[in-house]
Ligand binder design. Structure first.
Ligand SMILES: *[C@@H]1O[C@H](CO)[C@@H](O)[C@H](O)[C@H]1NC(C)=O
Ligand SMILES: *[C@@H]1O[C@H](CO)[C@@H](O)[C@H](O)[C@H]1NC(C)=O
Ligand SMILES: *[C@@H]1O[C@H](CO)[C@@H](O)[C@H](O)[C@H]1NC(C)=O
Ligand SMILES: CC(=O)N[C@H]1CO[C@H](CO)[C@@H](O)[C@@H]1O
Length: 303
């Protein structure tokens, strides 16, 4: 079995049982550096982003190399329609020489996604015969997904958030959040979701840049009642003041780990790493060096 798994995967499995190094995929997964993402020490990829249309159908919205919008319908009327190439690409993240063990899809309120979810649930509920249920089920199967990531930044409707989380739990998604503000809403959601289905909401990523620049991981952990995974924005030419080099990020992670014993760390986002010619290896080791040192595990061996 060890031989089949490969030394690389085995070492990663041992190492990554202890902490969470993640990265958000803002760039179209068909155009980004798959090898860089799989072999730089990350164990979690968050695909940014899936939109929910008013009729419950799902679209993958991302950004191409030249900054162009990439919009691909992926689930329609209960069936996967995103194509084999895209499905194979996403499934490949967890296959072969890789440190990735968890792939999440992120939904954000830059569009009407969370309003649509609220309307769909208010009208037809979350039964297994609804288009919402069937589309999320079809996407999970087609992409071999592990978790759903809630990045609601404006709607903040507790009842539909709870119903939707329970529905995703029925389809066997794990559930995570990526707040930047509104701590009381998220603490309430954490409490209600995990009271209804213990352990369903298992990760809280925390934005520490831009609107969330003032966030203190210790304060969030205390109020949320769970460990957080602070997210840092990599070097970027859109808001340079919000960017961190790999060395600066490493220093932040080290401080947060020693002060608050955070559960890991991560980055926003791969598009900027590639656009700015930065190194996945350096950003990856900004995480592994901090958390691995603390857990006393040896680094993953390369193939
Ligand atoms: C992809 O990332 C790896 C690891 O950082 C790097 O060695 C490689 O040069 C990158 N490939 C491209 C095409 O940029
Ligand atoms: C949606 O799927 C149902 C059941 O598979 C089918 O009866 C219906 O015609 C489909 N509707 C559309 C618009 O494709
Ligand atoms: C609710 O279900 C009915 C019956 O299947 C359907 O006609 C209607 O479009 C659904 N509403 C929404 C918002 O999807
Ligand atoms: C994630 C993000 O907002 N990236 C931005 C970084 O800067 C470039 C250039 O301004 C933008 O095109 C990206 O959208």
């Amino acid at each position: 079995m060890f031989k089949k798994m490969g030394v690389y995967a085995l070492a990663c499995a041992l190492l990554f049982a202890f902490f969470i190094p993640g990265i958000f995929l803002f760039k179209d997964v068909m155009q980004s550096n798959t090898t860089g993402l799989k072999t730089s020490g990350f164990n979690t990829l968050l695909i940014f982003r899936i939109g929910v249309l008013a009729n419950g159908n799902l679209v993958y919205y991302s950004t191409g190399s030249a900054g162009e919008a990439v919009d691909a319908p992926v689930a329609t009327n209960g069936s996967y329609v995103g194509g084999t190439a895209l499905a194979n690409k996403i499934k490949s993240f967890k296959i072969g020489a890789t440190s990735i063990s968890r792939v999440e899809i992120s939904l954000v309120s830059h569009d009407t996604t969370f309003q649509n979810i609220r309307e769909l649930i208010n009208e037809n509920g979350t039964g297994s015969d609804t288009v919402l249920y069937k589309n999320f089920g079809a996407l999970k199967t087609a992409w071999n997904l592990d978790a759903f990531n809630n990045d609601d930044e404006s709607v903040y409707d507790v009842p539909s958030t709870l119903s939707f989380a329970k529905m995703l739990g029925m389809i066997e998604y794990s559930y995570s959040i990526t707040p930047y503000t509104n701590l009381n809403f998220w603490a309430n959601v954490q409490d209600q979701i995990n009271t209804a289905v213990p352990g369903l909401l298992d990760r809280a990523y925390l934005q520490t840049y831009d609107g969330g620049a003032g966030n203190n991981p210790g304060t969030w952990q205390n109020t949320l009642g769970m460990k957080v995974i602070p997210i840092v924005w990599v070097t970027n030419d859109s808001k340079p003041s919000q960017g961190s080099t790999a060395a600066q990020a490493q220093e932040k992670f080290a401080n947060w780990y020693s002060q608050y014993a955070v559960a890991g760390g991560g980055y926003w986002n791969d598009y900027d790493i590639e656009k700015m010619g930065s190194s996945y290896t350096s950003y990856g080791s900004g995480l592994t060096s901090v958390f691995q040192e603390k857990t006393g595990e040896s680094p993953p061996v390369s193939m």
